[in-house]
Design a protein around this ligand. Structure first.
Ligand code: GDP
Ligand code: ZN
Length: 461
């Protein structure tokens, strides 16, 4: 049975608002075709088969022509939401869209909430929750890898893997529950050593998925790389070179970059977000002092900290002191980069190299040594999961949290079995693991969870 809330017909603009070549207004629900037909002159839409396109005009309540349109007709269950769906392609005018929406609402359609089309698709079983969330990821994807991972998840790769795990555990849980039903009697239907073997297997998969989140997070959110260093080290010049455009302000006066300038570039399919900072030096200038404070904050949040110094003016002692003072988080990588190689005396370059064996040398202004820097940046990203090709990569924080809960519960089951704990305890822990895994795909879901997921979509999705 579908919830009664599904029985109304929703409508929304499904293309971005604002003027465009075409705007698509989408209807979904039992009256979708009838309502569209009421504002359409052309063929009688109610008599047309699904998966068809129809040319005609839109008419206002007084019969005036509003636009010439193409209507796409989809009959449930062969539609995105599994309900009847109509997509009206109008000319991309805000006025036409507003009038059309008003017409349809007057005739009984309701304006859709954010993500409501996708929510209906989920509720009608067209896909599970992880797949629905992947729709949002796919829409937001702006790098090749992000796109690939979202597409894989939307097509059910992740869901399938979880379903199999869950099914195996459910079979065992059922046997344990049966034992509990027998109460006092000392029966064991579930083979304990078989369960332990299964748990080891499931844990392996869950741990692999959890590890993949590190990479998944990088794919989805990018690698935040903070460029830190003293004024005039060449940070803005380097940022420009990496971004290949004149974004940051380059100047020969120390301390010019007071605001953070950041932008993203995709290296080898992975998004890097570069942040240029205001410098590190101790200062009495109030504005600059705020900049230094903010630099420290950005460094604390970075995945990669690129410390840049000027080979011509810096001393090894100064560089060592700066690095020691940088609040680089434990999880972040520090790249030590020397700039202005083009004008540096070879003897001093050699001294730096001796003291800092990992030092990368480059010249940001003439743009030499940048490829090697890019390679080092890419090497900071763990890429094991990627080379496995189609292996599932977890990109969603919600999924990662559920997997963590599942892993802990499974560990408790293992411990319980190994220490001969009562069936009751073991069964309870197993139920918790099942619940956590089920939450990912939405086999187990609450209204709160659903609304928190779907309200993050845009209206019309
Ligand atoms: P920031 O304060 O660290 O952002 O430094 P800028 O990027 O503003 O650069 C400071 C000065 O160093 C500018 O005059 C740049 O032209 C110069 N500069 C930057 N990179 C190089 C380089 O590779 N070689 C040389 N010779 N000068 C550079
Ligand atoms: Zn700068």
């Amino acid at each position: 049975m579908l919830p009664t809330a599904l029985s109304d017909t929703i409508v929304a603009l499904s293309t971005p608002p604002g003027a465009g070549a075409i705007a698509v207004v989408r209807l979904s629900g039992p009256r979708a075709i009838e309502l569209a037909n009421g504002v359409f002159r052309g063929k009688n839409l109610t008599e047309q088969p699904g998966n068809t396109l129809h040319y005609g005009t839109l008419r206002t309540d007084t019969g005036e022509v509003l636009d010439e349109v193409v209507v796409g007709l989809f009959r449930g269950p062969h539609s995105y939401t599994r309900e009847d769906v109509v997509e009206i392609s109008t000319h991309g005018s805000d006025y036409i869209v507003r009038e059309l929406l008003a017409l349809l609402v007057r005739r009984g359609a309701r304006l859709a909430e954010p993500g409501e089309f996708t929510k209906r698709a989920f509720l009608s079983g067209a896909f599970d929750l992880a797949q629905a969330e992947a729709v949002a990821d796919l829409i937001a994807a702006d790098s090749a890898l992000q796109h690939r991972v979202a597409l894989n998840q939307m097509r059910g790769g992740f869901s399938q893997e979880l379903k199999e795990l869950r099914q195996q555990l459910i079979d065992f849980a059922a046997l344990l529950e049966l034992e509990l039903d027998f109460g006092e009697e000392d029966v064991e239907f579930a083979d304990r050593s078989g369960l332990l073997r299964l748990l080891t297997h499931v844990q392996t998969v869950v741990q692999r998925l959890l590890r993949s989140f590190e990479l998944g997070n990088v794919i989805k959110n990018g690698v935040t790389t903070v460029i830190a260093g003293r004024p005039n080290a060449g940070k803005s010049t380097l940022l420009n070179a990496l971004l290949n455009e004149e974004r940051a302000i380059v100047s020969a006066i120390p301390g010019t970059t007071r605001d953070f300038i950041e932008d993203e570039v995709s290296l080898d399919g992975i998004k890097f977000r570069f942040v240029d900072t205001a410098g590190l030096r101790e200062t009495t200038d109030e504005v600059e002092a705020i900049g230094v404070q903010r630099t420290r904050q950005r460094v604390e949040q970075a995945s990669v900290v690129l410390y840049l110094f000027d080979l011509i003016t810096a001393s090894p002692a100064e560089v060592a002191a700066d690095i020691a003072a940088l609040p680089v988080p434990g999880s972040a990588r520090l790249l030590l980069v020397a700039n202005k190689l083009d004008q540096a005396p070879p003897a001093s370059v050699a001294i730096f190299q001796q003291q800092f064996p990992d030092l990368l040398l480059l010249a940001a202004a003439p743009r030499t040594g940048l490829d090697e820097l890019r390679q080092h940046l890419l090497a900071t990203v763990r890429r094991e999961g990627l080379d496995a090709g189609s292996a599932t990569i977890v990109t969603n924080l919600r999924h990662a949290r559920s997997l963590e809960v599942a892993a802990q519960a499974l560990e408790a089951v293992q411990l319980g079995l190994n220490t001969g704990a009562g069936t009751e305890l073991v069964a309870a822990d197993l139920r918790q693991a099942l619940r956590a895994l089920g939450e990912i795909t939405g086999d187990i879901s609450s209204d709160d969870l659903l609304s928190s997921i779907f309200t993050r979509f845009c209206i019309g999705k």
